[in-house]
Design a protein around this ligand. Structure first.
Ligand code: GUN
Length: 280
């Protein structure tokens, strides 16, 4: 049997510290503020954004929520961001992705200055991460690192395989593991010998968005398996990218879905927001 990595418990512990920090900051400087911009009606994005706003309330971060119509003009989105950038009440700005196709994601994200980029998506923050400098780090991979640390798993010298190469998870995850002295391989849809590579991993991080994609034959006995997926199985039940039933007996540590990485993503957003406020 493997050890379940309880993201919910770690998130609760970290959020309590964040709540105290946010209150201390507010005493002399006023409330920390996070602006959340959602465009359109993507149901998953709506759930994520609602959870982010709720989490802000719980730790005493003031949230400013903007829900724009799916056909909003790029000019209007940019004007809103400019307003938020200028606001002293707003310390962090988050534009929920994906954006509708008519909007230029790169152009919109570039309008957020690195100092308010709580997602760690801008070129300066990504560049700092690549150079192993202190910076704002993308929330999901950052949360995975905190989970590893909590369970005493040091990536140093280990073989780490990241399945998925997105800008939001896969690439920053690979950089964080590399910065932690792991030997890192990134796999994606064009990778040959995918099963063999996965089965060589001491630490396997899966972020490809395909329900129960990772089966027991792709996991080395005793591996640490981190599941970033949020999928639906054939019965519409929430599940991850890993076939949990099959893999849990083979892994040494494994994250459940839900209750593993998910709660950590939002926690690191709160953490990053406090960081941006304190850095001023
Ligand atoms: N869409 C999926 N994950 C994320 C995230 O971490 N941040 C933002 N802004 N959009 C997302």
């Amino acid at each position: 049997m493997s050890v379940l990595m309880d993201g919910k418990a770690l998130a609760a512990k970290m959020r309590e510290k964040i709540r105290i920090q946010a209150a201390q900051y507010a005493e002399t400087n006023g409330a920390i503020g996070l602006a959340v911009v959602l465009v359109g009606e993507n149901p998953a994005s709506q759930v994520y954004v609602r959870n982010k706003i709720k989490a802000c309330e719980e730790v005493g971060i003031r949230s400013y929520s903007y829900h724009l119509p799916a056909d909003v003009s790029e000019t209007a989105v940019l004007a809103l961001i400019d307003e938020l950038v200028a606001s002293e009440q707003v310390h962090g700005i988050l534009v929920q992705l994906p954006l509708p196709a008519h909007l230029d994601e790169r152009k919109i994200l570039r309008r957020i200055p690195p100092q308010k980029d709580v997602d760690g998506f801008c070129a300066e923050n990504v560049g700092n991460l690549a150079m192993n400098r202190d910076t704002i780090v993308a929330c999901t991979p950052f949360g995975v690192m905190k989970l590893l640390e909590e369970y005493g798993i040091d990536p140093k010298g280990k073989s780490a395989v990241v399945l998925g190469r997105s800008n939001i998870v896969g690439k920053p995850m690979a950089m964080l593991l590399l910065n932690a002295d792991a030997t890192v391989t990134v796999c994606h849809s064009k990778t040959k010998n995918l099963k063999e590579i996965c089965a060589s991993a001491d630490i396997l991080v899966v972020a490809i968005g395909r329900a129960k994609f990772v089966t027991a034959d792709m996991v080395k006995p005793g591996a640490v398996v981190i599941d970033v997926g949020m999928d639906r199985d054939e019965n519409g039940k929430l599940c991850g990218d890993v076939d949990f039933e099959q893999v849990q007996d083979k892994a040494s540590f494994i994250t459940p879905v839900p209750g593993g990485v998910g709660p950590m993503t939002i926690t690191m957003l709160l953490y990053n927001t406090v960081q941006t406020a304190m850095r001023g």
